[in-house]
Design a protein around this ligand. Structure first.
Ligand code: UDP
Ligand code: MG
Length: 338
């Protein structure tokens, strides 16, 4: 029979082991491009949430070629808190590449990509984490309503996701941004996806691991300007479609087939018309319309093929997705160290 002192120390030991076994490491990944004013408020909100979760955590900031003092502010943060990692990319590689670099460097059992502009409330992380504990690998945060975004942007986004869903090979979730929680399993799978043109939402869906979602309200930007012009959004949309669907290519051939059949019928009609009525000179407008229409369709089909070829070209060069200039790693503090 152990005496009461021994019993307490055994209990403490057991608690310690249990705590260690139950502690997960959460990596929050934040790509930043000219986000100087958002860094401090963002850090405080994320830190407050993580602190309340009784788990180990790290925040990985990626400076994606900012031209303002974002990097300086990140380094100041890192001075104060060693759980912060700062990755400084050699230039602006774009959000998807920046996010990839963060995911590659994440040490966590789970990772949460977060926008630096506070549009995705970090307060949802515990809710996402609860789903992870239930055994899910991808937990999507679906935005219910978009505050501070124009009607046209909302409508085009609504239509786009539905179109993408119809024509893509994998079920890409509607209305999700990059806000979600990913398990280590998904992180490892992502590292095995070598594509340079990365449509992240699609890649996560492609893994096929157990997926679920929670709903939230997307807020307007905290400060600064969105880097997304309509032109960039258009390119992003084309990226999604060409990365996950061959339908546009098939569309080109079906369109060609339909036009060829129609022209055949029209040609037969014209021949008969000429033979019976002898109107050989008439028909200039119909000729012009046909020529122009065919020219247009051919150019469009060539354009679609070109989109795919440019992607093949890009992939075949096999360049790295991003280049790191400097990295200041976090010292991961577990509950026991604290
Ligand atoms: N971002 C980035 N590189 C870029 C553009 C944006 O790392 O070239 C980051 C940006 O700092 C933010 C996130 O990606 O944290 C989302 O950007 P933004 O708010 O402009 O996009 P939106 O919310 O309109 O989709
Ligand atoms: Mg934003």
């Amino acid at each position: 029979m152990p005496n009461s002192n021994e019993e307490t120390s055994l209990n403490e030991m057991f608690d310690g082991i249990c705590q260690r076994a139950c502690t997960y490491l959460i990596s929050v990944i934040i790509p930043c491009h000219n986000e100087s004013e958002n860094i401090e408020p963002l850090y405080h909100r994320v830190q407050t949430v993580l602190e309340g979760m009784q788990q180990a955590w790290e925040i990985i900031f990626i400076n994606d070629g900012s031209s303002d003092d974002t990097l300086l502010r990140l380094l100041a943060l890192r001075e104060k808190d060693k759980r912060v990692t700062v990755i400084n990319l050699s230039r602006n590689f774009g959000k998807e590449a920046a996010l990839t670099s963060g995911l590659d460097h994440a040490n966590g059992d789970v990772a949460v990509p977060l926008d630096a502009d506070l549009q995705d409330p970090p307060e949802l992380i515990p809710e996402l984490f609860a789903k992870f504990l239930e055994g899910y690998d991808v937990i999507n945060a679906i935005r219910n309503k978009r505050l501070g975004e124009s009607y046209t942007k909302r409508l085009s986004s609504y239509l786009y996701y539905r179109l993408l869903d119809k024509i893509s090979n994998v079920p890409i979730p509607h209305d999700t941004g990059d806000y979600r929680m990913l398990s280590r399993r998904v992180l490892e799978a992502l590292k095995r996806m070598p594509e340079r043109r990365r449509y992240m939402k699609g890649l996560f869906a492609w893994t096929g691991y157990r997926t679920t979602s929670i709903h939230y309200q997307r807020e307007p930007r905290h400060a600064g300007q969105t880097g997304w012009t309509y032109w960039k959004l258009w390119h992003f949309a084309v990226e999604g479609i060409t990365s996950f669907s061959h339908v546009p290519l098939q569309l080109a051939s079906y369109l060609g087939l339909t036009i060829a059949l129609t022209s055949f019928i029209a040609a037969a009609y014209l021949v008969i018309d000429t033979l019976i009525y002898g109107n050989s000179v008439k028909g200039y407008p119909s000729l012009m319309v046909t020529v122009l229409f065919l020219g247009g369709v051919q150019l469009m089909a060539l354009g679609i093929i070109g989109e795919y070829i440019s992607r093949i070209y890009e992939e075949s060069k096999n360049r790295p997705i991003y280049l790191v200039q400097d990295i200041w790693s976090s010292k991961i503090v577990t509950l026991q160290d604290e």
